[in-house]
Structures are given as structure tokens and as C-alpha cells.
Ligand binder design. Structure first.
Ligand code: ISE
Length: 336
């Protein structure tokens, strides 16, 4: 196959960013279709993708044979109705996180993929492609600093859109830590507890945050997660790892520092778009290369389901309190 023809589904913040990325930085692929019900948004995205055609829904794009692969970038609650027809059409899929917002719908996707007999889905947990997380995972696996004892994760957004509600603290935001803590420790999440910090009065009225989430892995690593979506100053995702011998930290801003007017200043990110730009580039390039070889190269639908199962427990822990145990379905042999 020469150029992979990609249909980008959803031309919002993330989708529009992926269209620009594919058109300007990804080798061996182009955007052939924009699938987006909102004509205005579609037109804005089309202006950055000269070879793309607009389709209002996935069914129309499939009927027109408009693509070789699909990149789903709509909000998580809209993934299932795109995933199912794309799987039925046998199309390779990169699906933004979360696979779906809950375990039951994610398991349905797993069952559809297994029934089709081919692994088609990669989930967009882009942190697995971030240089810092990859380095930290290698350090943990090497045993150089002894055993990993615990993790402190800070996940801070300056603000969130109006559509953001309390459950999204878990299924849209903490889902990243749920996946990446498993990636770092090589162990699924065993239990989850959620506590509330003092509420930030600058947070939208419907939100009760920041929250502190305790993720315990099956191999007994305890991770604390500060999930804070009204931190105002910028976008920050960092992790400190506590070992038997010393600590390690990733995610500290490494931009230019200036000394002027009796102040030291370093630029901070304001969005995940720049904080994880290199990780998104690497994720999509590797997905394109793998897709051409008939494979995936990243987290699978099963990884998406495992995260969704932990999310279900996390949402319950947020609403009801207590330290709750995560229940997982048995892994289909298909994913071994
Ligand atoms: C958003 O959907 C993301 O995936 C960002 O990485 C995360 O920081 C943010 O909290 C989510 O809402």
C-alpha cells in the first residue's frame, strides 16, 4: 500500500489537531475523509486537508469506500456507534481514549473484535508513547533503583469545557493514570479509592474537585493521583516514582528559563496538545506503519476494556466513597 487513506471521525479539538498532524508530520498517510455531523467544524478541518471529502456519518464514509483506516477522535461517549460499523467493515482503527466510558460497552467492542477474528483496534493512550513515561518504565523494569514502592501522579488542567461533569474526572481524565500506572508497573489496578480535597471555588459549580485518587496495583504499588481540572496556571502532567533506593521524576517542564526583573521564569504548557505533541506524533506514525503491515503497535481493545473496568469502579468510588475492588472479565485467548 502506498499512502494510507485515513478517515478522521470528529473534527473537534482533538480531531482537528490530528488532521493537521497527519497532513504535516506523518509519513505515508493522508486524511481522505472527515466524518463530522457539524458542517462548520467539518469545513474548518477540510481547509487543512486538501484531499479529504466530508461525510456526515461513518456509514456514508464506509459506503463510499473513502478510507483504509479510521481515527476516532469524538468524545468517548460517541465511540461505540462508530466502532461497531468500522469493525464490521474490517477497518483498522485508532480510537482515542477512553475506548468507551464504561466496562459493559467496552466489553461489547472486545466481543465484536473477537467475533471478526482480526485485531483491528488500537486505543489512543498516548502517554505510552511519551519519552518520559517510556524512560520511567525502563528504569522500573531494570531494577537499578531497587523495587518500585509507590507513585505520585499530578494531572492538572487549567480549566475544562462546559460539557465536562464529575464522572469525567474519572472516565475522561484519571483514565490516563489508570492505563499508565498499569503500563509502568506491568500490573492491573486492584482497588480504587477517591477522596475530595477542599473544593476549589474557581471550579465550575457542578464540579467537586480537585480529587485525590488512590490506585493500588495487583503487585502492591500504591499510586496517588491528584486530579485537578481548575488549576488555572497551565497544563501539567508529572509523576514521581518512589523506589527502595531513591526517586525519579518525569514531566517537569523543560522549556527555556529566563532570569529577568528579579524573577526566574520557565514557560509552562497550557494544553495537552503541546504537552503530548511528540507522543501523539509517535503514536500515529507507529500506528500508520503497523496498519500497513496488518498489525497494531500499541494498547489494544483489551487494554481499553481493562481501563474501562477500573473506571467503573473509580466512578463508584467517586460517588459512594470507600476503597473498592476492581472486577475484570476473563481475558479472551484472542489477546494472548
Ligand atoms: C482530555 O480528554 C484528555 O485526554 C487530556 O489528556 C486530559 O488531561 C483531560 O483531563 C481530558 O479531559
Amino acid at each position: 500500500m502506498s499512502e494510507l487513506r485515513i478517515a478522521v471521525v470528529g473534527a473537534g479539538l482533538m480531531g482537528a489537531d490530528h488532521v493537521i498532524r497527519i497532513e504535516s508530520r506523518i509519513v505515508g498517510a493522508h486524511v481522505s475523509a472527515i466524518v463530522e455531523p457539524d458542517e462548520g467544524r467539518a469545513k474548518t478541518a477540510l481547509a487543512t486537508a486538501p484531499n479529504a471529502t466530508w461525510y456526515p456519518n461513518i456509514e456514508a464514509a464506509i459506503a463510499a469506500n473513502a478510507m483504509d483506516a479510521v481515527l476516532i477522535a469524538t468524545p468517548g461517549q460517541f465511540h461505540e456507534p462508530v466502532l461497531l460499523p468500522a469493525i464490521a467493515a474490517g477497518l483498522p482503527i485508532l480510537c482515542e481514549k477512553p475506548l468507551t466510558p464504561d466496562a459493559a460497552s467496552s466489553f461489547k467492542i472486545v466481543e465484536a473484535e473477537v467475533a471478526g477474528g482480526t485485531q483491528l483496534i488500537q486505543v489512543g493512550f498516548m502517554r505510552r508513547f511519551d519519552a518520559g513515561y517510556v524512560q520511567l518504565r525502563e528504569l522500573i523494569a531494570s531494577g537499578k533503583q531497587g523495587e518500585l514502592l509507590g507513585l505520585h501522579c499530578a494531572h492538572r488542567n487549567p480549566s475544562v469545557p462546559d460539557t465536562y461533569h464529575n464522572d469525567m474526572l474519572i472516565f475522561d481524565s484519571v483514565v490516563h493514570e489508570i492505563d499508565v500506572v498499569r503500563f509502568l508497573t506491568d500490573s492491573p489496578i486492584k482497588s480504587i479509592q477517591v477522596r475530595h480535597m477542599k473544593r476549589n471555588k474557581l471550579s465550575p459549580e457542578k464540579l467537586n474537585e480537585p480529587i485525590l485518587v488512590l490506585l493500588e496495583t495487583e503487585n502492591d504499588v500504591l499510586a496517588t493521583v491528584e486530579m485537578n481540572v481548575s488549576v488555572q496556571f497551565g497544563y501539567q502532567v508529572k509523576t514521581e516514582a518512589v523506589f527502595q533506593k531513591g526517586i525519579a521524576e518525569i514531566g517537569r517542564t523543560a522549556g527555556m528559563t529566563t532570569w529577568a526583573d528579579a524573577q526566574i521564569a520557565t514557560e509552562e504548557h497550557v494544553s495537552f496538545k503541546t504537552r503530548f505533541a511528540a507522543a501523539y506524533d509517535s503514536q500515529i506514525q507507529r500506528w500508520v506503519n503497523a496498519t500497513k503491515a496488518g498489525k497494531i503497535d500499541g494498547p489494544s481493545a483489551w487494554d481499553g476494556y481493562l481501563a474501562a473496568a477500573a473506571v467503573d469502579t473509580g466512578v463508584r468510588a467517586l460517588r459512594e466513597g470507600g476503597q473498592l475492588t476492581v472486577e475484570y472479565a476473563a481475558k479472551p485467548a484472542f489477546y494472548n
